[in-house]
Design a protein around this ligand. Structure first.
Ligand code: SF4
Length: 266
């Protein structure tokens, strides 16, 4: 039987036909590498225009056209907004904090310049309606957080991969309201970065660049030198941040024992 379609909209108002999901919208459990501290993902928005050449999300979106009918063009999935209230932690994972956490828009930047205000409002309302989850947020445009009423259980994060993003991130995080945790993702760390003030963050995560197969060719993996990582770890500790180093920084088995700390909510 032919599946019915829903009509979704892109950021610039184009209509895209998408198969209507057969069941209730729910979070997606993470399998494989993913991130160890959040066991779910939820993508009420997909697609991003930042254009990072190493983007794993674009690599996935362009490889599976049935699941991503608009490719990596920003698309609003209104039909997924009820996922926070429809999802429950499986009995065997009750008590595991990672199963209380959901990575919001792992396939997008929800706070990109191009994202309509209504999309952000709708996603924030969906989060507010299910405050028992910890929502992991991450953007490369943190200025968009400023002035927003951020969900109280959110881990509000920004991703910095190059020096040019450092000042913007520090400025924005000095002016944020709300959220349970403020965190900084340095993944992939592609340059030696100089921060003025890491104390605006509770938690610093550092990772390497994994190789991806992009539409216009392969982008290789990149491993930052130890010195770049060690300097930031020392500065983060001095500023009182918790530090988590991703296992992809060391590929040896066994490799080094890496800092594996987590923040406490404010
Ligand atoms: S900001 Fe994130 S989702 Fe957007 S292109 Fe860069 S890596 Fe991909």
């Amino acid at each position: 039987m032919a599946r019915t379609l829903v009509t979704l909209r892109t950021h610039d108002g184009r209509e895209v036909a998408y198969p209507r999901p057969s069941g209730k919208a729910k979070f997606t459990p993470q399998t494989g590498a993913g991130i160890s501290w959040a066991k779910w993902s939820w993508n009420p928005v997909t697609g991003c225009l930042h254009g990072c050449d190493y983007c794993y999300a674009r690599a996935i979106a362009t490889r599976f056209p049935n699941a991503f009918p608009a490719g990596f063009t920003p698309l609003f999935h209104e039909e997924r907004l009820a996922a926070p209230v429809n999802t429950s932690v499986p009995a065997r994972h009750q008590g595991d904090p990672a199963w209380q956490r959901v990575f919001v828009c792992s396939m997008a930047d929800l706070y990109g310049r191009w994202v309509p205000d209504e999309w952000i409002t709708a996603v924030h309302e969906a989060m507010a309606g299910a405050p028992w989850w910890q929502y992991i947020l991450l953007t490369k445009f943190p200025a968009r957080y400023v002035g927003l009423d951020l969900p109280p259980t959110a881990w509000v994060g920004t991703s910095v991969d190059e020096q040019k993003r450092v000042r913007i991130a520090e400025d924005a995080f000095r002016h944020l309201d709300g959220g349970a945790v403020k965190w900084l993702s340095l993944e992939p760390l592609r340059e030696p970065l100089e921060f003025t003030d890491l104390s605006v963050f509770d938690w610093v995560v550092i990772g390497a660049q994994t190789g991806t197969r992009q539409p216009d060719g392969a982008v290789p993996a990149f491993a930052p030198p130890l010195e770049w990582v060690a300097r930031i770890v020392a500065q983060a500790r001095k500023a009182g941040c918790k530090v988590h180093l991703k296992p992809n920084l060391v590929n040896g088995r066994p490799g080094m024992t890496l800092p594996d700390e987590y923040p406490t909510a404010r």
